[in-house]
Write a protein that binds this ligand. Structure first.
Ligand code: GLU
Ligand code: ZN
Length: 306
């Protein structure tokens, strides 16, 4: 397997970092399967960044999609994290228990005319363009039985990434009126994740580059909610390189990436550190996870990501 860096490399920054006293980061896995080498990278990157800032690191189970949930996966994910030494600081939040929070934010958006119903099928949408064109914005369809979309009035077409600098998002995708609630009544990822990140006062997000376009949507939604209701400033972002399989595709649960085994934790961790360009020195390669992590935290800090 190789690591594919999707984004431009960072410009060298040499200013002294300001201490971030209230740093709050998180790892937010969906329980659609066990962790694999790709999700370990996101977990490890966010963990190291939080510890490098002497901050708080949370784990949130994103279980808003029961049809895609695999029985036992959330417990398995937590035990995989533990086996790799990635211990969280506060109790684990589950999105399945945050209905009221999502309703409240949907209502706020609705009161400001920022929600509309859409009855387009995937096929209809694809036939028009590779992105959603806002077809139903002014159709005034009933909410019942339809998807709900966000009126994306101020699209975010450029993001400041701490690793990669200013990253441009393809404008047609950035401007999409993404979904807030699905046709089947389930919450859409964008609304849930932004609601929780705001509610948990997340200051820094570290996750895979596959979530770059969603990041632009989430920052637009975050901004709208802040305009309406105040709240914490938008989080700082890092998008990590993706781990790709031998076939060149991103490792994912959908293409059956092998689950991480607790028995291989020390090797998994050494490999993940290497993929983050933090290859442990020879005598630490394969050392107990706690030792590898104690070495890796100051090594990540020394990168001085602003
Ligand atoms: N739960 C989503 C995933 O597993 C998103 C995580 C995030 O926002 O960091 O891909
Ligand atoms: Zn539509």
């Amino acid at each position: 397997m190789t690591v594919k860096v999707l984004l431009k490399s960072a410009k060298n920054k040499c200013a002294v970092p300001k201490p971030t006293l209230s740093y709050r980061g998180r790892f937010a896995p969906s329980p659609s399967g066990p962790l694999h080498a790709g999700s370990l990278l996101a977990a490890l990157g966010s963990y190291l960044d939080a510890h490098a800032h002497r901050g708080t690191w949370l784990v949130r189970i994103e279980d808003i999609d029961p049809p895609r949930e695999v029985a036992g996966a959330s417990d398995l994910i937590l035990s995989q994290l533990e086996a790799h030494g990635l211990l969280w600081d506060e109790s684990v939040r589950r999105q399945s228990q945050q209905d009221r929070l999502y309703h409240r934010n949907l209502e706020r958006l609705q009161q400001h005319g920022l929600v509309y119903a859409c009855n387009c099928s995937r096929k209809d949408i694809k036939a028009r363009a590779p992105f959603y064109t806002g077809h139903c914005r002014y159709r005034n369809l009933p909410w019942q039985g339809n998807a709900l979309r966000f009126v994306n009035q101020h699209p975010v077409t450029s993001l400041l990434d701490r690793l990669h600098g200013q990253v441009t998002i393809e404008p047609d995708f950035a401007a999409e009126d993404f979904t807030l609630r699905r046709r089947d009544g389930l919450w859409a990822y964008q609304l849930a994740v932004v609601s929780d990140d705001r509610d948990q006062e997340i200051t820094h997000i570290v996750r895979g580059s596959d979530l770059l376009t969603p990041s632009s949507w989430q920052m637009a939604l975050w901004q709208s909610l802040t305009t309406i209701a105040g709240g914490p400033p938008a989080p700082k972002l890092v998008h990590l390189p993706l781990v790709v399989g031998d076939d060149g595709r991103k490792l994912s649960k959908q293409n059956h990436a092998p689950p991480l085994l607790a028995a291989d934790a020390v090797d998994n961790l050494s490999l993940a550190l290497t993929r983050l360009n933090l290859a442990p020195p020879a005598d630490l390669y394969g050392a107990p996870v706690a030792e590898q992590l104690s070495w890796a935290i100051p090594a990540w800090r020394a990168r001085n990501l602003q």
